[in-house]
Design a protein around this ligand. Structure first.
Ligand code: ATP
Ligand code: MG
Ligand code: FE
Length: 336
């Protein structure tokens, strides 16, 4: 089966084609990073215009790279939720038009579900596993019992971890997106600042929740003191973030006796998180999976692959399907 995937939930216009026999046939991503860096974040109207401009050239390239014709495609998968609504609608309408023109079924995919299942493109992973989602808009823990069987354990009560990285980078005038820059800069730094480890201890209802807003404010106070070098601030911030992520994830793995952990979303590219989570998990006999670097941030390969898993189950939607700006992954699979 060949599934074409379309991703436009934020500021990447992406199309990919997955073949269940041959694997990934093409994977085209057009990023708007340069356009939005002036604003230090994604500017919705601009993002929508860029998607409109890019979607057909990206689609055309994905088909050419795959060396197939449109009629060879068996299903069209698209990111149906969550994201910027003005961005999502362009992918949804594009997917519908394409499905209509070749008379093939439409498969809706949740963006976070796709980030998680991107790990399967290069490795076979056994269920159940714990999924740690760390991206620009999400920080969540799930137990994944099977495809479409998701149990939500907790999530951020304020900022997402990627968002905190981007905001701290902005405080330090480092550029956008801040995650990879802080990751790199912190290699030269020393962990000299005392920063909080939010929600690591405390109320039981927050056992698997996260909070990064207070940490961000604590960093801002230190930046204003002008006492520390940027690399030391970066390093101290990153250590605080990684410690919280690692401890909460391993606590959940212990409580539910789960031996596999899958990390997903843009922050899964983070070097320190990769190193520390792998090392600490190993001590507990737990294996950790990270996506290959080219699949960590937004792409359509993850949408095409997740779409394939859904198409295999014969789950399609009709032409009147509407996207959702905000909906949790476990709720989404109950609805479709
Ligand atoms: P979501 O997936 O929640 O809808 P998004 O799609 O905007 O949000 P992703 O593309 O998954 O987010 O990830 C982008 C985020 O990942 C940015 O906040 C970026 O700073 C962060 N990021 C990328 N590389 C790294 C890194 N090496 N270290 C830390 N953060 C990183
Ligand atoms: Mg992006
Ligand atoms: Fe994403």
């Amino acid at each position: 089966m060949k599934v074409l995937g379309i991703e436009t939930s934020c500021d990447e216009t992406a199309v990919a084609i997955y073949d269940s026999e041959k694997g990934l046939l093409s994977n085209v991503v057009s990023s708007q990073i340069e356009i939005h860096s002036e604003w230090g974040g994604v500017f919705p109207e601009l993002a929508a215009r860029e998607h409109t401009k890019n979607i057909l050239p990206v689609l055309d390239k994905a088909i050419k790279d795959a060396d197939i014709s449109l009629s060879d495609i068996d299903a069209i998968a698209f990111t149906a939720a969550p994201g910027l609504i003005v961005s999502l609608v362009i992918g949804v309408v594009g997917a519908k038009a394409l499905a209509f023109s070749i008379d093939k079924p439409l498969v809706p995919v949740h963006h976070i579900e796709a980030h998680i299942f991107s790990n399967f493109l290069e490795e076979k992973i056994d269920f159940p596993f714990l999924a740690l989602v760390v991206s620009g808009g999400h920080t969540e823990l799930y137990i994944i019992n099977n495809f479409e069987d998701y149990k939500y354990l907790g999530g951020t009560i304020d900022d997402a971890v990627g968002e905190a990285y981007d905001k701290v980078a902005r405080m330090l005038n480092l550029g956008y997106p801040g995650g990879p820059i802080i990751d790199k800069l912190s290699e030269k730094g020393i962990c000299s600042l005392e920063l909080p480890r939010p929600l690591l201890k405390g109320k039981p209802q927050h056992k698997y929740n996260f909070s990064f807003s207070g940490l961000k404010t604590a960093v801002l106070k230190e930046v204003e003191k002008q006492k520390y070098k940027p690399e030391d601030i970066a390093k101290s911030f990153q250590e605080a973030v990684v410690e919280v992520l690692v401890k909460k994830t391993l606590n959940a793995a212990a409580e539910f006796n789960i031996k596999n952990i899958v990390v997903a979303g843009g922050v899964s590219a983070n070097k320190r998180l990769r190193e520390k989570l792998t090392e600490e998990a190993k001590k507990e006999g737990i294996k950790v999976y990270f996506p290959p670097l080219y699949l960590c941030t937004d792409n359509a390969a993850m949408v095409a692959y997740t779409g394939y898993l859904r198409a295999k189950k014969g789950k399609f939607v009709s032409y009147d399907f509407k996207p959702y700006a905000r909906i949790r992954m476990d709720k989404f699979v109950e609805l479709i």
